[in-house]
Design a protein around this ligand. Structure first.
Ligand code: FES
Length: 580
């Protein structure tokens, strides 16, 4: 931790807009005064942009306007000037073709919203899955002082006396309906019980994982991730974050001071301990790419491999985020990692303190929610990175969400050329498949879908479900919802639409999965593999214009974070030319 606070007072970048009596400054300042801001708000105090992903079509973030008011209170209290600014919002639940296609667009919009406007520091208001990485990416590329406030998870859902987890139970219930074990009426009742308060998914899905990643990276105040959306302490956290960002601007504490290699290692280990989403792999690689930290897919295996999963939350375990909060939340997990020598204790956080100083005194309030290591859900949590002739650049699997008996498996491929092909044939009882087969789904990667949808945990054929079988090996270049489970190999790279070996798998080929050996193998002779690859032709129906074209033309592979090639790196936040 070598950070040295800058000297204060000094002239801030917002003064290029607001300071002085030039025509441009009068123009910038005068128009702002139409909102009733007194003149002394423009006297050189830090201007804090509250970048808000509030949207009524992003239901998980629909309460963020209220929370932003609390941030404003904190900014005012600390002597700053808060301005709330809407930014591109990506709803996991409804954005088509998939919110992931717009993560990079949102990151680009955030970056330029910061760069082009009078702000000295930013508060990133996020919640739903992609909103968290996109704002972190955009802020990292400008490197202006930034702090994250997440919206918090929904309260526990209950149906017929049982806990109902966002997403996790959706998959279970929809398979129960398919298998004839649940009626449509029961399904509707269960649906209503699943989302009973504002907030993001209440499981350790991607939203909770990314909130935990933000905290483990040091980009949010300690304890932020788990506070339920409707708990009064969520508002307190927002207010404290508002106070803190003003001091961060004065100290010039920037994302590049926090988002170090050490911080990413901490986050990878944390992801293993919480049984976090596979989506974190792609997002952290992309965030690292924005600050120039050389993080690779192999680092995920290296740093996550021996981390026991100790957070007993769905989809890997049995509780939900509400209980995680009552047990002490992420600080307890970070303390455990620190005690086990698995935390870079000196990593700096936005608080100005090291991560260890933030967590060293916390106490676990419930050892059935945050388990002792000897009772871990799995001794080897984390994400396993699989390599082989089917995934030369890597593929990932989350062992804690998989069936142990399938982690080593050899089976006959049943191939779907794309998601439409899968939807057309999966329910057909004539499909030649049994539970020992390997379902293969192609053309669902970053370019292929386009956008890399969360379709990798494809539902099983009804005739297999009816036998009482709930898991099979599935392989694709898609992603999987963080709330999902199963023996699902994801992010296979290079993807099929880029001519990766996944593209040339045929029905009847034998596939070998060996997670302990980190191997994914297509059992055909090398010459046959080469011939098939040289005969492969790229799919013809590419978008000709618009953002879909930009995305498909410039998106990189999942193994490096699926960022757009021209957005990688930090470009700073220089003040541009006056516009008048
Ligand atoms: Fe928004 Fe899960 S759908 S957090």
């Amino acid at each position: 931790m070598s950070f040295k606070p800058a000297i204060w007072p000094r002239r801030l970048r917002s003064q290029e807009w607001f300071g002085g009596t030039g025509r441009d400054q009068i123009y910038h300042r005068g128009w702002m005064k139409n909102q009733g801001f007194p003149h002394d708000m423009f006297d050189g105090r830090p201007v804090i942009g509250i970048l808000n992903t509030w949207s009524e079509l992003t239901p998980c973030n629909a309460h963020l306007r209220d929370l932003a008011e609390r941030v404003k209170n904190g900014v005012y209290e600390a002597g700053g000037f808060p301005v709330e600014v809407p930014v591109f919002s990506t709803a996991e639940s409804s954005f088509r073709p998939t919110a992931m296609m717009f993560r990079n667009l949102a990151a680009m919009a955030v970056e330029e919203a910061i760069r082009g406007q009078p702000m000295d520091g930013v508060v990133l208001m996020v919640g739903c899955d992609k909103t968290t990485p996109s704002l972190l990416m955009g802020a990292a590329s400008t490197d202006l002082p930034s702090i994250m406030v997440t919206g918090g998870p929904m309260l526990n859902g209950y149906f017929q006396g049982e806990r109902v987890g966002s997403g996790t139970h959706l998959w279970k219930f929809s398979e129960a309906v398919k298998a004839g074990e649940m009626s449509a009426e029961q399904f509707l009742e269960a649906e209503a019980s699943m989302s009973r308060s504002p907030g993001s998914c209440n499981t350790m899905g991607t939203a909770s994982t990314m909130a935990s990643m933000a905290e483990a990276l040091g980009m949010a105040l300690s304890g932020n991730a788990a506070i339920p959306a409707v708990d009064s302490r969520r508002r307190t956290m927002a207010q404290l974050s508002g106070r803190r960002i003003v001091q961060m601007v004065k100290d010039d504490l920037k994302p590049s001071d926090v988002l170090t290699r050490q911080a990413f290692e901490n986050a990878i280990r944390t992801n293993g301990a919480i049984g976090g989403s596979t989506n974190a792999v792609i997002h952290l690689l992309a965030i690292a790419g924005r600050v120039g930290v050389d993080l690779t897919l192999d680092d995920w295996d290296r740093f996550g491999r021996d981390i026991p999963t100790i957070v007993n939350l769905m989809p890997s375990g049995k509780y939900l985020m509400e209980e995680f909060f009552y047990a002490g939340g992420l600080p307890v997990v970070l303390k455990r990692l620190g005690e086990a020598g698995m935390l870079n204790r000196e990593a700096l956080t936005v608080s100005g303190e090291s991560i260890w100083d933030q967590v060293k005194d916390v106490v676990n309030q419930n050892e059935d929610v945050i388990l002792p290591v000897e009772k871990a859900l799995t001794a080897q949590g984390g994400i396993a990175v699989l390599k082989g002739n089917l995934s030369p650049n890597g593929a990932v699997i989350k062992p804690s969400a998989a069936s142990p008996h399938l982690l080593t498996h050899r089976g006959r491929a049943v191939v779907f050329e794309d998601i439409d092909d899968y939807k057309k044939r999966i329910d057909d009882d004539a499909l030649d498949v049994d539970e020992t087969c390997v379902l293969v789904l192609k053309n669902c990667g970053p370019k292929g879908y386009p956008g890399m949808a969360e379709v990798g945990n494809m539902g099983l054929p009804p005739k297999i479900l009816k036998k009482g079988i709930t898991d099979m090996v599935r392989i694709s270049d898609a992603r999987m919802s963080g709330t999902a489970y199963g023996t699902v190999v994801l992010h296979t790279s290079p993807e099929a639409a880029s001519g990766g070996p996944l593209a040339i798998v045929r029905d009847g080929d034998m596939i070998e999965l060996d997670v302990p050996q980190r191997r994914l193998h297509l059992d055909i002779p090398d010459e046959e593999l080469s011939t098939r690859l040289s005969d492969w032709a790229a799919p013809g129906d590419q978008p000709a214009s618009g953002y879909a074209w930009l995305h498909q033309t410039h998106v990189q592979g999942a193994d490096t974070g699926a960022d757009l090639d021209f957005l990688k790196g930090c470009r700073g936040a220089p003040v541009g030319r006056d516009s008048h």
